[in-house]
Design a protein around this ligand. Structure first.
Ligand code: PEP
Ligand code: MG
Length: 610
């Protein structure tokens, strides 16, 4: 990979490349500083620079075009040759049709002409030529011709990526100091990347509570999302700083800036080590009230990190990542093995296993299961009812794993008592099956549910009578209560955890649960923000569950509050008419807690703008 060294403080701009020292703003979703070399992952629309070439550059541009076309044809032929299994012949045929398009004289000549006559770069010329060919099919109602337009798109993107030296797929390995830059990263991409050593990432889309952001926080990877045009502004090999705390990307920083950020990174490491000394201290307020702190995990191998951070158990295991990891629904044995591993490592501490929450932004590649991207569509528990076999297998695996330690089952996106009863019916069915088989399991396994929908909030008193615990999923509760898509950077400013409607929903839920004698946890990202600790304590949450790395900081904050003050503050907040008023009450009541620089200034957008 071609690398450019950091330019001097007032270095010149490389032709066509990013401005040295350029700062790009986005939303910081995982705090910390990463310094490394950019690695562009092409995961969406291909963005390319449009520029005019000088007469002296014409020949070189034509050669670039020929090389990219040839490379594309060879790649397509190689893929076609390597195909086997069902539909291999059909797919190979399609790929060979694409090879013919890449070599199509009309298309190739149109691109060459654009370079020669209009003096534009090869990328722009390819776009022109392909648009021209597609226009010929415009207005043809025939399905066949519409499909050909898609084929041309496909070919165009491959040629453009080859021209720009971009990667088409998530690679098997990454360079040692890679900072990934992409239009977007899906949770499945993150699963692959998480296995490699990536230092940080920046994407053009995404919001603070998108699952990619959650995984980044869980894995301690500094990340900034919603950075407009970052994959155009940055080239593979550019030196980059990702400041996940401020939500900034610094491209080709000067030596001075680089030195400053190395210092900040060091400070971060020291602060983290300092907070880690709190591991064995209790999460207790100044007036002696203890709050249970647990970890959210996405992969079973995160338990070790959770314990190191001082987690008292696992408050949320997002098991859909097991599906994404296998790229198919896991077998009963695979379910059982994963949950057994969690239980064994927790050595007697409880883990809450959430049944799979596919759909929305967690899509199983190549499967109809959970393929609904609509947040209001067929996701989570709804999907489990549509495909009961998957849910029954998962419950079977969970029950078998109870032999290794205490586990609870938690249902996502429940909106009615009927759904809770239906899920309980399925659990009873599996229990009967295991009894018949003579398998040992915990027959009293607690069955709880997530409060993520306004309907669940309003039914909380009745739901509480029929389940063992609640956990408030604020990521979705905020999305559905305020009508703000949690993945959409455009409306991130409206995503306000301190909105009075959210505080009132939490208050209503906690009151209903406590009246029925059950406990309430919060496992949404709202629980990770130190500025919210006071109001959450005051609202009476029994447990806070969060990514392991957030635990020391939250514990540190809890130890600075008096529960009596928190109750007073929460009561005041519940009377506020606006988010700004709530924020002002909290700011005024905040005890002095020194935790710079770990406070993620922009990780929860609602915090800073509130
Ligand atoms: C939530 O919605 O707050 C939650 C914890 O679930 P997820 O983020 O996995 O949707
Ligand atoms: Mg949720």
């Amino acid at each position: 990979m071609a690398r450019r060294d950091p330019p001097p403080e007032h270095g010149g701009t490389p032709p066509g490349g990013p401005q040295p020292g350029q700062k790009l703003a986005g939303i910081g979703v995982s705090p910390g500083v990463a310094i490394g070399h950019a690695y562009i992952l092409e995961r969406g629309e291909v963005h390319f620079p449009k520029r005019h070439v000088t007469p002296a550059e014409l020949d070189a541009e034509l050669v670039r075009l020929e090389r990219a076309l040839e490379l594309s044809a060879v790649q397509l032929e190689e893929i076609a040759d390597g195909l086997s299994g069902p539909l291999a012949e059909d797919n190979a045929l399609m790929l060979r049709a694409h090879v013919l398009m890449v070599r199509d004289p009309t298309l190739v000549e149109a691109a060459r002409r654009a370079i020669r006559e209009e003096k534009i770069n090869a990328e722009w010329a390819v776009r022109r030529a392909c648009t021209g060919v597609k226009a010929a099919f415009d207005g043809m109602a025939d399905e066949y011709f519409r499909e050909r337009q898609h084929d041309i798109d496909f070919v165009e993107k491959r040629v453009l990526r080859n021209l720009m030296g971009h990667q088409t797929d998530v690679p098997e390995t990454l360079p040692a100091d890679a900072v990934v830059v992409a239009h977007e990263l899906s949770p499945a991409d993150m699963m692959t990347l998480a296995r490699m050593k990536l230092l940080g990432f920046a994407t053009e889309v995404g919001g603070p509570t998108s699952h990619t952001a959650i995984v980044a926080r869980a894995l301690n990877i500094p990340a900034v999302v919603a950075v407009p045009h970052v994959s155009e502004a940055v080239g593979t090999g550019d030196l980059l700083i990702v400041d996940g705390s401020r939500g900034e990307i610094l491209v080709q920083p000067s030596r001075m800036v680089l030195a400053r950020y190395r210092g900040i990174r060091k400070q971060f490491e020291l602060a983290r080590e300092e907070l880690a000394t709190l591991r064995d201290a209790p999460a207790v307020t100044l007036d002696g009230v203890t709050v249970r702190l647990t970890a959210n995990i996405e992969l079973h191998d995160e338990v070790e990190q959770a314990l190191v951070s001082g987690a008292e158990g696992v408050g949320l295991y997002r098991t859909e990542y097991l599906f994404l990891h296998h790229r198919r629904p896991p077998t009963v044995a695979e379910h059982a093995e994963s949950y057994s591993q969690v239980a064994r490592e927790l050595a007697g501490r409880r883990a809450v296993i959430r049944t799979y929450d596919l759909g929305g932004d967690k899509i199983l590649p190549g499967s109809a299961t959970g393929a609904d991207r609509n947040a209001l569509g067929l996701r989570a528990i709804r999907l489990a009812f549509r495909e009961p076999a998957l849910m029954l297998d998962q419950m079977d695996g969970i029950l078998r794993a109870t032999a290794e330690g205490p586990l609870s089952i938690m249902l996502p996106m429940v909106g009615s008592v009927e759904e809770l009863r239906q899920a309980r019916g399925m659990l009873e069915l599996v229990k009967q099956r295991l009894r018949r088989e003579g398998v040992a399991f915990d027959a009293d396994i607690p069955l709880g549910l997530m409060i993520e929908l306004p309907s669940a909030v309003w039914m909380a008193d009745l739901l509480a009578r029929e389940c063992a615990f609640f956990s408030i999923g604020t990521n979705d509760l905020i999305q559905y209560t305020l009508g703000v898509d949690r993945q959409d950077g455009e409306v991130a400013h409206l995503y306000a955890p301190l909105h009075p409607a959210i505080l009132r929903s939490i208050h209503h839920t906690v009151t209903a649960a406590h009246d029925a004698g059950i406990k309430v946890s919060m496992c949404g990202e709202m629980a990770t923000e130190p500025a919210y600790v006071g109001v959450l304590l005051g609202l009476g949450l029994d447990e806070l569950s969060m990514p392991a790395m957030a635990i020391p900081r939250i514990k540190h904050t809890i130890r600075h509050w008096r529960r009596a003050d928190a109750v007073r503050v929460a009561a005041e907040c519940l009377q506020c008419a606006t988010t700004a008023e709530v924020s002002a009450v909290l700011t005024a009541a905040q005890p002095e807690v020194d935790m710079h620089p770990l406070a993620p200034k922009a990780s929860m957008r609602g915090a800073s703008q509130a």
